[in-house]
Design a protein around this ligand. Structure first.
Ligand code: CP
Ligand code: NVA
Length: 307
């Protein structure tokens, strides 16, 4: 059966562990695993800008022995209105997997339903599951475990990172706290699904309005831009209500003494995170960025193993 990764809870808790274990194996020997030898081709398609996702997939696919076809959707017929389903059917005849960064989640669902190869979400408006696999790998390498740890996300609770941290963290058995300004709460269905998943894993999901209370005792603080791609002109005030959520030294002091700080990047220094924190001893953001490479190599290997 073809498996896709469209959102974080597409992996069961056991499957998530398998992918994270494999990510550690990939990291320990970056040139030693070549399951895409052939070279097997993978299409990596972008409707939105990217630095990390694009380069980590291109490098990772090459290290696995495969060939990455990086496609700017605007320069393809997809950008001129060819249907998603027809694109999926055609790409499936050429490549072994399709990785896509796009807008609404319904678009990648449509791609997956017409594709006959695995489809991977490289960020949609609603989810960023590849990022959260890397985040979980980073947390696990620092703490040796995931279950039972508290991970607090401060920022836009309705964006892709908040939703993926909720689903991915709950799958890992973590306590996931979300601290968002009024009007920026997570999607109710995602919250329900995360709570349901947490019920299976011993994790939990909490919405905490006060940033200091949300940070209190947490092992992981996570933040993200207050203005995601596509939200630049949405008419909402994405500055003033968010300022109290800034991850700075005072907020970090509320967290556990061993706490680490994550940010998927790109960062807006001085807004959601200060220079002192992102450049400080508690920052794990550069390991986190590196782990995109290892986690995605593991994910592609795992998905292609299941075909
Ligand atoms: N974190 C992340 O996905 O970065 P890019 O937008 O640069 O790919
Ligand atoms: N929430 C951000 C993540 C960027 C990697 C965005 O969608 O722009």
């Amino acid at each position: 059966m073809i498996r896709h990764l469209l959102r974080d809870d597409d992996l069961t808790p056991a499957e998530q562990r398998e992918v994270l274990d494999l990510a550690d194996v990939m990291k320990a020997d970056r040139y030693g695993h070549r399951p895409l030898e052939g070279p097997r081709p993978v299409a990596v398609v972008f409707d939105k800008s990217s630095t990390r996702t694009r380069i980590s997939f291109e490098v990772g696919i090459a290290q696995l022995g495969g060939t990455a076809l990086i496609v700017d959707a605007k320069a393809s017929q997809l950008g001129r209105g060819e249907t998603i389903a027809d694109t999926a059917r055609v790409l499936s005849r050429y490549v072994d997997a399709i990785v896509w960064r796009t807008g609404d989640q319904s678009r990648i669902e449509e791609m997956a339903s017409a594709a006959t190869v695995p489809v991977v979400n490289a960020l949609t408006d609603q989810f960023h599951p590849c990022q959260v696999l890397a985040d979980l790998q980073t947390v696990r390498e620092r703490f040796g475990r995931l279950a039972g740890l508290t991970m607090t996300y401060l920022g836009d609770g309705a964006n892709n990172m908040a939703h993926s941290l909720l689903l991915g963290g709950a799958t890992a058995g973590m306590t996931v706290r979300v601290c968002a300004p009024e009007g920026f709460a997570p999607d109710a269905e995602v919250l329900r699904d995360a709570k349901h998943r947490a019920g299976d894993t011993g994790g939990s999901v909490e919405l905490v309005a006060d940033p200091a209370a949300a940070a209190e005792g947490a092992q992981v603080l996570v933040t993200d831009t207050w203005v995601s791609m596509g939200q630049e002109d949405d008419g909402l005030d994405r500055m003033a209500p968010f300022r109290p959520l800034q991850v700075n030294d005072a907020l970090l002091a509320r967290a556990d003494a061993s706490a680490i700080v994550l940010h998927c990047l790109p960062a807006h220094r001085g807004d959601e995170i200060t220079d002192e924190v992102i450049d400080g001893p508690r920052s794990a953001v550069w390991d986190e960025a590196e782990n995109r490479l290892h986690a995605q190599k593991a994910l592609l290997t795992w998905l292609l193993d299941r075909r």
